[in-house]
Design a protein around this ligand. Sequence first.
Ligand SMILES: [Fe+2]
Length: 368
Amino acid sequence: MENNNVLGDLHLTVRELSNVYEELSLLYKLSELFSTLNVNEICENLVNEAVATVGVKTAAVLFLNGGNQTLYTRACKGNWDKNRIVDGGTEFIADVLEQGKPMAFCKFEEVAPEDYFPGLKSVLLCPLAGKGKTIGLMILADKSSENEFYSNDVKLLRVISTQAAMAIENAFLYQEIEDLLLGTIKSFVKALETTTQWTAGHTERVTIYALGIAEEIGLDEKQIERLRICSLLHDIGKIAIPRDILNKKEPLEYEEWMEIGRHPLVGATILSGLRAFDDILDGIKYHHEHWDGKGLFGLKGKDIPLMSRILAVADAFDAMTSDRPYRARKNIDETLKEILELSGKQFDPSVVEAFYSWINRQHRAFLP
Ligand SMILES: [Fe+2]
């Protein structure tokens, strides 16, 4: 009898331990799945993980629309329209959002208004609540095995949703900080451009051309984002160049060119104390290098960072197609011809080729 009791206790302990182990494994897996800062990726992973873990045919992640009471579909799988918008004021949806607790409905058609979620029988709703606020909710429907949700399903979904909500909140926060940074950079650049009339809009155009080249070369999303920031800041060092040189109406003297030539290094030095710009400093510092090694620092070929090689072409194209106090702008054909002639000398031939095909492919109609 006593032995049986001991065995029973042991069984219970093993089962509890095994549950704890599964939960920990799930948490570990989730921390991997949600370790990205891309909200779309987090939502896709959330849907896939919920479908696999709880064993349902349909899952959807809905986000609350800022300011009003509707929820829109951010990711989904199974019997769910990706354009579906849900009224957050509907009683059971409002309850889940307000109380912050999951709710399961085994016979959903009995509680929902007619045709609310057409075709769904059993439904499990779970709020997506971050530390700060409720982001939206998760809907699971139609279990693969039976028509009922159990407390373990609710528990699992809650664990998954909580982890995802925190990851989404972090990603939003990161995005806000990035936007703030980008906004600040743009203000700096505007401040710089307003002091020299002829450079108005230069940075913005160079950024468009540089990103066009990047798209043509096939850089990934992250590289493109860094290139965007590098392009916006590439001439920030001109802040330190005397205005009378930058605004001079006559052709520049050798010493004045030398003075202007300091701006890549000055720009990189100004930004060198800020960790957010660590990986673009060289892009800025070497944006006036020449492919053949005859540039400011004498760097040659692929020793010049790719960002700088892209900026060199984008920058030259904009400079040539813009009016200067001492010369009129060239037309696009003349400019392209000149850039092609300088391919392999001043510019990286593969970047020139990418720029040429980008312009000719679709963007030429919008250029100055
Ligand atoms: Fe420059």
